[in-house]
Design a protein around this ligand. Structure first.
Ligand code: 13P
Ligand code: SF4
Length: 303
C-alpha cells in the first residue's frame, strides 16, 4: 500500500481530517481534505463537527488556534518544530508596556501569535480580515502586533492610527520580496498583474495590483482577465494556483521565497503523527479561555 493510501486508511480509522495551509508541500495539499488560508482553516476546523482528530498541516499558531476553538478534538501538528518565527516576536512584556503606554487603545493581534499573547488581546485578525476587524472597533488608535507591514497596510486602508507592537515585527520569508524584482518581472511580462501578501514590505505592496491573504489571491487569480500573474508570497501557493488555473502562468516574484517552517511538514511526518497520534497540541485552559474570546470575536464578524 502506498503512503498516501495508508494515510487515507488511517484517516478513516481515526475519524480524522487533514487541513493544510496554502504553503504546504504539493503532496500534502493533494492528500488534504481541505486547503486554505488561516481564517478558512480555523472555520473549517470548527465546521467538521464529527471529526475526532484534526491533523493540522501548517505551523504552531494555526494548530494552537484550532485546539483552542475545538477543545473536544485532538489536534496534531505533523512536525512540532514547525514554528512561525513572527509569532515568537511579540513578548508578553512588550504587550504590557504598550497597554500601559496606551490604556485607551484596543489591542488587535494577528493570528500569527502564541496563545499566551492572544490571551491579552481584544480581538484577533488574519490577513484576510484585518481591515474589517479594525473598522469594527470604536477607536481611532489601535495597538496592533506583531507584523509591522500588515499594520501599515491596515493604517493605509482605514486611516486610523495603528501602533505596531513590537515596532519591527516581520515575516522573514515575505521580506525577501523586493520591489526591484517586481519591476524587472513587469518588464519581462508586460501584460502580467502583480499580487502580493500584506506581510511584504510597504514598498513591495506599492508595486502590486492586488494585496490579499493567500486565499484572496487564489480568488483574484481566478477572476482576473490577466493570463500571467506575478506572485509575492511563499512558493507553496503556486501549486494551488496552477492546479486551479491550468491555462494561466504564475511567476514567483522571488525564487527563494520558502518558509522553512511550513515546509518542515512532510508526508512521512504527517503519516507518523496520524499513526501514533503524536505531536498533540494543547493549550492550558486559563490561557485558552481568554484567547478563545478574541478568536471567537473575530469569527463572529461577517465572512
Ligand atoms: P494567510 O492567512 O494569508 O494564509 O497567511 C498566513 C501566513 O502565515 C502568511 O505568511
Ligand atoms: Fe510565519 Fe512567514 Fe512562515 Fe507565514 S510565511 S508561517 S508568517 S514565517
Amino acid at each position: 500500500m502506498s503512503l498516501i493510501d495508508e494515510i487515507r486508511r488511517l484517516k478513516k480509522e481515526r475519524n480524522a481530517i487533514i487541513l493544510a495551509h496554502n504553503y504546504q508541500r504539493p503532496e500534502i495539499q493533494d492528500v488534504a481534505d481541505y486547503v486554505g488560508d488561516s481564517i478558512e482553516l480555523s472555520r473549517k476546523a470548527m465546521d467538521e463537527k464529527d471529526a475526532e482528530t484534526i491533523v493540522f498541516a501548517a505551523v504552531d499558531f494555526m494548530a494552537e488556534s484550532a485546539a483552542i476553538l475545538n477543545p473536544d478534538k485532538r489536534v496534531l501538528l505533523p512536525t512540532l518544530g514547525a514554528r512561525c518565527p513572527m509569532a515568537q516576536m511579540l513578548t508578553i512584556d512588550e504587550i504590557k508596556r504598550a497597554k500601559t503606554a496606551h490604556p485607551q487603545a484596543p489591542l488587535v493581534l494577528y493570528v500569527n501569535t502564541l496563545a499566551s499573547a492572544k490571551a491579552y488581546c481584544d480581538i484577533c485578525c488574519t490577513s484576510a480580515n484585518a481591515v474589517e476587524v479594525i473598522e469594527s472597533l470604536d477607536a481611532e488608535t489601535v495597538l496592533f502586533g506583531p507584523d509591522r507591514n500588515l499594520a501599515e497596510f491596515v493604517q493605509r486602508k482605514t486611516g486610523k492610527t495603528i501602533i505596531p507592537i513590537p515596532e519591527w515585527g516581520f515575516c522573514p520569508t515575505h521580506l525577501l520580496f523586493q520591489p526591484e524584482d517586481v519591476q524587472i518581472l513587469k518588464i519581462q511580462y508586460p501584460d502580467a498583474v502583480v499580487m502580493v501578501h500584506p506581510e511584504c514590505s510597504t514598498e513591495t505592496q506599492k508595486a502590486a495590483d492586488f494585496i490579499g491573504s493567500t486565499s484572496q489571491m487564489c480568488r483574484y487569480a481566478r477572476e482576473t482577465q490577466a493570463k500571467t500573474l506575478i506572485v509575492g508570497t511563499e512558493e507553496g501557493l503556486l501549486h494551488r494556483l496552477r492546479k486551479d488555473n491550468p491555462t494561466k502562468t504564475f511567476v514567483l516574484a522571488y525564487e527563494g521565497a520558502i518558509c522553512p517552517n511550513m515546509k518542515s511538514n512532510t508526508l512521512d511526518r504527517l503519516y507518523k503523527s496520524l499513526k501514533e497520534e503524536k505531536n498533540l497540541i494543547t493549550v492550558p485552559e486559563p490561557v485558552a479561555k481568554q484567547a478563545r474570546k478574541a478568536l471567537e470575536r473575530m469569527l463572529e464578524l461577517k465572512k
